[in-house]
Design a binder for this molecule. Structure first.
Ligand code: ACO
Length: 426
């Protein structure tokens, strides 16, 4: 049975039937009935801006799937590189497809010497690594002029490989610069997360040996952050990409969106909050303060626009945290976090608003225990989300989508004549 909605225009008395397709109604169909009347939806609260077959998200049931595969199974059995392939190609790779993909990504990890020596070295000594990343990703478009051939399949694939491969190198380079350490070249004998850890932490040893438990935990965090359908940064990628800008420029826009504390910066806010609370005894008083603040003071890492249930990623991270703490020692803030979660989940203020821990509640504790400075948290997020951004960019181009260009409801002055300065009032 085809579902539909009938609406009546009370001005003319005419009724129109509009089909419901994939859970949505076409705004173009509505526009035929209501010419010149726009849907007012700041923040896209009730607008589906795209059809997508990449990620399925049911925030009420707490379900997240990439290309149909439950996030729990991917986190348990897959790797970030395999998940990136899945997001970009729609299917899990065969052994030979994966070997080719791994080889392609691994052989593109180096960045042009000028990116590092002239471009990155030009930043102020205390530059924020995320600001450096945003700019460096944009700068890559000037190194790969073929990137403009976005409808040439071979060129598109090349840029996708370059971006996935070079993000960890740029990220580590930004960190090393911001702490005054020399750049570490990629070690292509290492797997994706271990190579990143080597570029981050290597000092004078000939070969950096990472603990496999830490590499695996980081890879799991990358898997969990690889995509999340039409979030703010992915929307930025699609919007900029819709003008047919090259993928580096579009990806830089996505990175910039992720830089904001409401998006990629929330896990940093969680650590600051937990440090401020300090110990478990202070948790009840902090919860009371949040409640008395009536929304002005927020429990960081709690609540989500889409999830009105436990964020499935938070469950997985909580488990991964134990493996990391076994190697690094327990993060003392974990007890504060657990107490906070326990009290909040039994408090009517939080349960009635369906506020549960989101992905950021525990991820910062792991990053901190692994030695990442707070400024690197959004950078780590950007490395992982690059796969999702590129999958959406590619999908958007294949859909031959229109340039993103919303309408507005104008609320400014009516037409008026220009007044020369001498005749303007005080
Ligand atoms: N702590 C306390 N109260 C909260 C919180 C919170 N973390 N989040 C929402 N609320 C309350 C609001 O005050 C509001 O209460 P009211 O109905 O009495 O006014 C109600 O819950 C609904 O909140 P909204 O702001 O309408 O929810 P929205 O969907 O717009 O916000 C958001 C979602 C931004 C994530 C919010 O929950 C928040 O600020 N959380 C803390 C920051 C955070 O953890 N962000 C990370 C998100 S995940 C990511 O981007 C990777």
């Amino acid at each position: 049975m085809t579902e539909s909605i009938t609406i009546t225009d009370n001005r003319s008395g005419e009724s129109y039937e509009i089909p419901v397709v994939n859970g949505g109604v076409s705004a173009t169909d509505w526009a035929k009935i209501l010419p010149g009347i726009w849907f007012y939806d700041p923040g896209f609260m009730s607008t589906a801006a795209a059809e997508s077959s990449i990620t399925f998200l049911d925030g009420t049931a707490g379900i997240l799937r990439y290309r149909g595969y439950p996030i729990e199974q991917l986190a348990e059995s897959s790797t970030y590189l395999e998940v990136a392939y899945l997001l970009l190609n729609g299917e899990l790779p065969t052994e030979s497809q994966f070997e080719q993909w791994r080889h392609d990504v691994t052989s593109h990890t180096f960045i042009h010497e000028n990116v590092r020596k002239r471009f990155l070295d030009g930043f102020h000594y205390d530059a924020h690594p995320m600001g450096m990343l945003v700019s460096a990703v944009a700068a890559l478009s000037t190194f790969y002029l073929d990137a403009k051939d976005i409808f040439d399949p071979a060129s598109r694939q090349k840029q996708i490989i370059r971006l996935i491969a070079k993000m960890p190198t740029l990220a580590a380079a930004a960190h090393r610069f911001s702490v005054g350490m020399p750049f570490v070249y990629p070690d292509n004998s290492l797997d994706f997360p271990s190579n990143f850890l080597s570029m981050m932490w290597k000092v004078a040893e000939p070969r950096f040996e990472t603990d496999p438990a830490l590499s695996r935990a980081l890879d799991i965090l990358f898997i969990l952050h690889a995509d999340h359908e039409q979030n703010c940064s992915t929307t930025a990628m699609r919007v900029v990409g819709s003008s047919h800008a090259d993928p580096y420029s579009a990806c830089a826009a996505a990175c910039a969106a992720l830089y904001g504390p409401r998006h990629g910066g929330a896990n940093e806010a969680v650590i600051r909050m937990l440090s401020e609370i300090g110990s478990m005894e202070n948790v009840p008083a902090f919860i009371s303060e949040v409640k008395a603040g009536h929304g002005h003071m927020r429990l960081q890492g709690f609540g989500h626009r889409v999830y009105k249930n436990y964020d499935p990623r938070a469950q997985i991270i909580k488990k991964a945290a134990d493996d990391v703490f076994e190697v690094t020692g327990r993060n003392p803030l974990l007890d504060v976090a657990l107490k906070l979660e326990e009290i909040a989940l039994s408090d009517e203020y939080f349960t009635s608003r369906r506020l549960y821990p989101n992905v950021d509640f525990y991820s910062g504790l792991i990053y901190q225990a692994m030695g990442f400075p707070l400024e690197m948290f959004p950078v780590l997020f950007a490395i992982a989300r690059t796969a999702g951004w590129l999958a959406h960019w590619q999908e958007m181009l294949d859909q031959d989508s229109k340039i993103a260009r919303p309408r507005q409801l104008y609320t400014g002055a009516d037409a008026r004549d220009y007044v020369p300065m001498a005749r303007r009032g005080a």
